[in-house]
Design a protein around this ligand. Structure first.
Ligand SMILES: Nc1nc2c(ncn2[C@@H]2O[C@H](COP(=O)(O)OP(=O)(O)O)[C@@H](O)[C@H]2O)c(=O)[nH]1
Ligand SMILES: [Mg+2]
Length: 422
């Protein structure tokens, strides 16, 4: 089966693209909403992604019957019929006459058909037992079905039967496949130079670990790299937020500024142009609170050349994570700081999200300790965490050999040692 994906603003547009390329025999296998991150001059937006397939090997008669069955559910009773079977993609051309309710119920139907087709595909795909075990194991990590199908598709042709029974071999192949779908990691922050500092803004929901991460980064760059840095906090809402950072800034002998307004933030950034790095902590915001987000936006708007990254907790469910990325892409984000990696066993949603939104990871934080619990992020390590968890859900016979997860970098030394050495 030839399978291809199309993205567009509306379902109709996606169908039109698919029809033009794949022809009338194509069937819809999957539909989902995906997030397109903000780009220059354009805000983040949600697109419809459809996966369509043409089964070249299928018996034409069966194919026609199946397609007709699907078409009947899409085409309104008033749609003109012709001697020729109605092409599958003809249906979406009609919607302008439909109301929103009708369109919504159509979407629900599409979802039902999709899940039916998927289930049937899985059964008929005759997955080898080893792959079927992996399918279940990946589902245990909360990896969405569409990704499970995509990762396992054709794996039995890539690996020998012996390799397929070895969980380390399958795990390696899955890591390579999924890593290829994700944006290459960003690596460590690249500070500017005195006179042209990098202005790093960390945004994200309340309690995700922004202030702690700013403290960890400040310790690393001020104490270990011995760079001139300044910290600015715009979080004047939460009691204790300023004193939390003041303690660290005093230990590091790095200036701390408190910005109560967007104007103050711009002035403070101007004042610290002699630094190589300015770390800006922002108040926690609920992605659901439009008013709070508008205030955050006004702070960001006052910053020239902001380097904005979004802090996201590793255990965030997919729908919430999508919304967070969408809402906090106030300017095009440079990357994602994945926090609280130590707090979850379910890495499926976050891996899927990163592949979907194509934002690179920068750092991962793995605990509350400042500055130790942070490391430069790697897709492979994140995937290793997911697959290690998956391997725990394989049947006993596919013995899971524990794979240690090594921190990618040991850049971060004990804060106290560093502070003392200064
Ligand atoms: N387990 C764990 N806790 C963290 C991590 N990062 C931050 N925290 C804790 O999460 C809580 C909220 O952190 P804070 O930095 O104030 O979040 P903010 O509201 O986003 O600024 C604090 O108790 C932190 O110690 C992490 O990587 N792992
Ligand atoms: Mg904070």
């Amino acid at each position: 089966m030839k399978v291809k994906q199309y993205r567009a603003v509306t379902l109709q547009e996606a169908f039109a693209q698919a029809q033009a390329e794949m022809g009338e025999d194509a069937v819809l296998l999957h539909q989902k909403d995906v997030l397109q991150p903000a780009q220059l001059g354009q805000r983040a937006r949600t697109l419809v992604e459809i996966t369509v397939g043409v089964d070249q090997s299928q018996n034409p008669t069966t194919k026609g019957v199946e397609r007709e069955a699907i078409v009947r559910r899409f085409v309104p009773p008033t749609a003109p019929t012709s001697a020729r079977p109605t092409p599958f993609f003809a249906a979406p051309a009609a919607p302008p006459t439909r109301g929103q309710d009708e369109f919504d119920s159509l979407r629900r139907e599409i979802a039902q058909i999709r899940s039916l087709l998927q289930r049937r595909n899985r059964q008929s795909a005759n997955l080898l037992p080893a792959l079927s075990d992996w399918s279940n194991a990946l589902a245990e990590c909360a990896l969405p079905d569409s990704w499970i199908d995509r990762l396992l598709d054709g794996l039995d042709e890539m690996l020998t039967p012996t390799a397929l029974r070895r969980s380390d071999m399958v795990s390696g192949a899955l890591t390579r496949r999924m890593a290829a779908e994700m944006a290459s990691p960003l690596g460590a922050l690249q500070p500017g130079k005195p006179g042209n500092p990098l202005v790093f803004l960390l945004v994200g929901p309340t309690g995700v670990g922004k202030t702690t991460t700013i403290a960890k980064l400040a310790a690393h760059f001020a104490l270990q790299k011995r760079l001139p840095i300044a910290i600015i906090t715009a979080d004047t809402f939460r009691i204790g937020a300023v004193s939390q950072l003041r303690t660290y800034s005093e230990l590091m002998q790095a200036p701390l500024e408190v910005a109560y307004t967007p104007d103050e933030l711009s002035q403070q950034i101007a004042k610290h142009q002699d630094k190589a790095l300015i770390l800006v902590d922002t108040p926690g915001r609920s992605p659901a609170d439009g008013e709070q987000l508008a205030i955050l936006e006004s702070f960001v708007a006052g910053v020239e050349k902001p380097h904005l990254q979004i802090a996201l907790a590793a255990g965030t469910p997919l729908a919430d994570a999508r919304r967070i990325i969408q809402r906090f892409s106030i300017v095009p984000p440079q990357g994602v700081v994945l926090t609280k990696v130590d707090e979850t066993d379910y890495f499926g949603p976050i891996c899927a999200l990163l592949a979907e939104c194509q934002l690179p990871l920068s750092y991962m934080t793995t605990g509350q300790r400042v500055p130790e619990d942070i490391q430069i992020a790697s897709n492979e390590e994140l995937l290793a965490r997911m697959l290690l968890q998956a391997r725990h859900h394989l049947p006993e016979s596919e013995a899971v050999s524990q794979t240690a997860i090594y921190p990618v970098s040991a850049h971060f030394q004990r804060f106290a040692d560093l502070a003392q050495a200064r």
